[in-house]
Write a protein that binds this ligand. Structure first.
Ligand code: FES
Ligand SMILES: [Fe+2]
Length: 386
């Protein structure tokens, strides 16, 4: 199966085999993970249309705190304004377009490093030296370009689409689904960034199938998470997400025998106290809520074969106040660091294999329903209409 020409790449006929029911379907053709053109279409039709997750709002606790990032080719500033409101702006000066801020920090005004135009934290242009002679120049028309930013349970989401529905309608029933975990009462205790040499979909697919656990994690989580022995269900999802519940003893975030925190009080008497609820918020945010903590995997597409991964570790705030927090949290960090590395290695290896001109579409195991579902969600958005 050779790659179709550029003009034919989005014709539905090339993807008919992926559209069949799971056990009759083929996997996505390899070019979906390697082609610049396919990637550009995903950026245009997916990442520039949806609500994109940008982590916990406690990254910017105080007025003036900011961070910058490049999301799907768009340089962004995310900050907390003087009134305490999180906001997002295009990181492009209204004079001649310079990038304004880089990295993370705190500022009272945003001053352009090129000609010193300066902007208030609400985006207004406050000062523009020597612009008095410029005819008809109205500073009120040269504020930063605002982007829509909304929060749910202390998480930041940004959209580039003015027509996108409000965040809560995008999320649908997800907030209700994870309400027992009280994510709003958790804090992000550690945030780690990685750059992976693989397509964003490979890591997402990996996060939502349990088939690889016995092989990739054979020496780590497979020894106790025992997804093979306990239950693992795909649950109904109304909203832009898919969700699984895995039934197991203990915390999904610890290796066997390691000391952890007690089960969250909010889960007492609930079935959630006996497993892990793990949604994938489309397109690329994995969230895992287990009995004593939660974590997220946030993906930023950087190119067809490059993806930024951010792991955030969430614990109830009361745990962070414990004198033994650092010692106990280290056990969780160890588990995450090991398994994330195992998944990155697997995804990068898969990317190399798929990059071969001899790579061909494969078939799905019954344990990969969400890979199939996620891939079809992507096709629903990127293919040309018949
Ligand atoms: S480009 Fe920003 S002040 Fe000139
Ligand atoms: Fe994994």
């Amino acid at each position: 199966m050779s790659m179709p020409s550029e003009s034919e790449m989005f014709e539905p006929r090339h993807y008919e085999a992926v559209r069949r029911p799971l056990l009759e379907a083929e996997t996505l053709p390899p070019w979906c993970y390697t082609s610049e053109r396919f990637y550009a279409r995903e950026v245009e039709r997916i990442f520039r249309k949806v609500w994109n997750f940008l982590g916990a709002a406690d990254q910017i606790p105080n007025p003036g705190d900011y961070f910058t990032l490049d999301f799907a080719g768009i340089p962004l500033i995310v900050l907390r304004d003087a009134a305490g409101q999180p906001r997002a702006f295009a990181n492009s000066c209204r004079h001649r377009g310079s990038e304004l801020l880089s990295g993370r920090g705190n500022c009272k005004v945003i001053q352009c490093p090129y000609h010193s135009w300066s902007y208030a934290l609400d985006g207004r242009l406050k000062a523009a030296p020597e612009m008095q002679k410029t005819r008809g120049f109205d500073p009120a028309s040269y504020g930063l370009v605002p982007l829509r930013l909304e929060t749910w349970d202390g998480f930041l989401f940004v959209t580039f689409a003015s027509e996108a529905p409000p965040l809560l309608s995008f999320l649908g029933e997800l907030p209700e689904k994870v309400a027992p975990y009280r994510l709003e009462e958790m804090a992000c205790a550690r945030r780690r960034e990685f750059v992976m040499e693989c397509n964003w979909k490979l890591f997402v697919e990996n996060a939502k199938e349990s088939y690889h656990i016995a092989t990739v994690h054979r020496a780590t989580i497979n020894r106790y998470a025992s997804v093979r022995m306990a239950g693992y269900w795909v649950e109904e999802a109304k909203g832009e997400y898919v969700v699984t519940f895995a039934q197991h003893d203990g915390s999904m975030a610890l290796l066997k025998g390691d000391k952890g925190f007690p089960t969250n009080e909010s889960l007492e008497g609930r079935r959630e106290a006996g497993g892990t609820t793990a949604p994938l918020i489309y397109p690329s945010t994995y969230l895992a809520c287990t009995i004593d903590c939660a974590w997220y995997l946030e993906l930023h597409p950087l190119g067809p074969a490059r993806t930024r991964l951010i792991h955030g570790a969430l614990f109830p705030k009361s745990r962070l106040a414990r004198p033994d927090f650092a010692d106990v949290a280290a056990n969780y960090y160890k588990r995450w660091d090991i398994t994330i590395e195992e998944d990155i290695v697997a995804s990068e290896r898969q990317q190399r294999g798929l990059s071969s001109p001899f790579a061909l579409p494969g078939r799905f195991a019954h344990r990969e329903p969400l890979v199939h579902e996620i891939d079809n969600w992507v096709l629903d958005r990127v293919l040309d209409r018949r």
